[in-house]
Design a protein around this ligand. Structure first.
Ligand code: NAP
Length: 274
């Protein structure tokens, strides 16, 4: 039977490690688009902030210029210890232009070119929260040695797939990255000891894709049409009986990602007082 790698115990262990944050009265600046509910993410963020005695300074913007001005203002404000741009923003906005304005030492998402560049060189202090969460889960459950493992990352986004590739490579896995132009995905995925899937399509990874006994991490977070149910990218009924370990959705990577975001806030603070 597969080990179900639930996120909660991993997140709890991270919050325990972050207890010293509680006395620091840190503030995380969050900027969101006025009409967005940020996919309900804000409520998870608020609960975690409360747990660590972190104040959320939430700003809502309606225009792109307001976004860039706000990023600059929070970047200059010594009372703000980290900045998070809470997606989604309107598609026509130049999100990268705004996110590049975040000072690297306040970049809790760790996606500023300086932070991503340092990560690529193997000297990143801040690691993007989602790949950090995936590694935390794999370390916590200790279900496979990463060194030498044949790992496949499906998805190459800057926030997930790309830094996931870097992190796994730095842990000495042999990593392949698949994306929408990859030919014959099942032939690649069925050889992998570890599959991390971050595509954003329900039931994308089926029994045709996996090797018996593989470890599967499902990053996908897909809200179904009725708006009430969240599912991952893995066809769980087909895949779970075949594999040795799998993360559930919901209850897997998501909650650990939030905990890792606060870990990054703590690291940002430490960098600011150095
Ligand atoms: P994204 O920016 O849309 O990237 C999706 C990636 O999937 C792209 O690289 C795309 O390839 C690839 N892809 C699309 N169709 C494919 C196919 N048929 N075969 C192989 N690859 C394919 O999304 P993202 O931000 O990385 O997020 C991915 C999923 O993870 C979403 O469901 C998101 O909600 C979820 N997510 C969860 C967490 C968490 O903490 N649990 C955090 C972040 C994101 P191309 O590059 O070729 O287009």
């Amino acid at each position: 039977m597969a080990v179900i790698m639930k996120g909660k115990p991993v997140a709890d262990a991270i919050y325990e490690e972050l207890q010293p944050m509680k006395s620091l009265n840190l503030t995380l600046g969050v900027i969101k688009y006025k009409d967005s509910d940020a996919g309900g993410y804000l409520s998870g963020l608020s609960k975690a902030a409360e747990r660590l005695n972190v104040k959320l300074h939430i700003s809502e913007v309606e225009q792109f210029t307001q976004l860039t001005e706000k990023v600059i203002a929070l970047g200059d404000d010594p009372q703000i210890h980290g900045i998070l741009l809470l997606k989604p923003f309107p598609k026509e906005w130049n999100f990268r232009q705004a996110s590049d304005l975040i000072p690297p030492h306040k970049d809790v998402d760790a996606l500023h070119p300086v932070n991503l560049g340092l990560l690529a060189q193997g000297r990143g202090k801040l690691v993007p929260a989602t790949p950090q969460a995936v590694l935390s889960i794999l370390d916590f459950y200790n279900v496979l040695p990463l060194e030498g493992a044949n790992a496949l990352v499906i998805g190459r986004s800057e926030a997930v797939g790309l830094p996931m590739f870097l992190c796994l490579m730095q842990r000495n896995a042999t990593v392949t990255v698949a994306h929408s132009r990859t030919r014959d995905l099942p032939s690649l995925s069925s050889q992998a000891d570890l599959v991390v899937v971050a595509v954003g399509k329900p039931n994308f990874l089926t029994s045709d894709h996996v090797k018996q006994g593989a470890v599967i991490v499902d990053v996908g977070t897909n809200v179904l049409e009725d708006g009430n149910k969240v599912v991952g990218d893995v066809h769980r009924e087909q895949v779970e009986p075949l594999v040795s370990a799998i993360t559930p959705v919901p209850g897997g990577v998501g909650s650990v990602t939030t905990a890792c975001l606060f870990k990054n806030l703590f690291l940002c603070y430490q960098e600011q007082v150095r």
